[in-house]
Design a protein around this ligand. Sequence first.
Ligand code: ASP
Length: 341
Amino acid sequence: MWRSRVDAVFALGTPTANGEIEGLGKSLHEQMRHDHLITSKQLSRADIERVLDHAAEIDADRSAVADRHADTLLGLLFFEPSTRTKMSFETAMKRLGGDVVDMGSVESSSVTKGETLADTVRVIEGYTDALVLRHPKQGAATMASEFVDVPLLNAGDGAGHHPTQTLLDLYTIRENAGLDDLTIGIMGDLKYGRTVHSLAYALSNFDTRQHFISPESLQLPREVVYDLHQEQERVQIREHESIDEVLPSLDVLYVTRIQRERFPDENEYQQVAGKYQIDTETLDAASDELTVMHPLPRVDEIAPAVDETDHAAYFEQAHNGVPVRMALLDLLLSNGGEDNE
Ligand code: ASP
């Protein structure tokens, strides 16, 4: 199971001497109340289903949770650009009746005076009930979480993880194709793509065939491949350089951006930029039922003409960020809503 391999700092529950996790069997709220969400490795199938089911309830009728967190303040600390993640967290908190306190841009904060991340999070946790952190350095969220008691949600740590994106990805996959017996292609920048790393781990709680399509230089990190291989009973994985051989078999195609900002060398980026693109012609070979997703922003990976087809689910996916983050915040910050019902 994922949990037995998870570092104690990451785990929602606490591993005991025999490797079991205390807290399993408790509600997500009980497990997560004072904990942090740093990587999707923390999430069991039951945890995922709890969040997605609650998101579906909220999606159907958000009035039931509209004032539930009227006194709650969420701290937003974004050390890297963000549109969807930041705005959907803000929308989610406000739709739950709460509000946000935003550090603003790095340039306008005390970070420019040399303040450490540890000091920044310790100060802002004193103002707020939970923190959302995005940072360009992989591992930053783990480090920051060691300094705070309020829940800290990793909204992307460099090329590491992005677990809340994964929850909305899973919600979108569940709505469009179902999560079990799924054949998914994940294409593009698999090396630096944090959404990919988080999604691959989370999908491994379900019966999945995962096809990874990328140039050799942007393959999935070997440790992720190793970890996925440990789940062979449920998960089959294959790596490819071309999409052609797998496209017809896919239920979902998850396209990602080649992340220019993560390449140590611009020449390396230029060699792979624009190599993996989907247009309506490419999709002629796909099943009519294929769902095309993308965490966005896209650059040139998906031609605008695809937007008009029934395959396109990436704007729906972005919109799902609000109910999913509302569900997660509600479960984290209250007794799963039960005491309010
Ligand atoms: N928005 C996603 C992320 O923050 C994907 C991307 O930037 O390409 O990782």
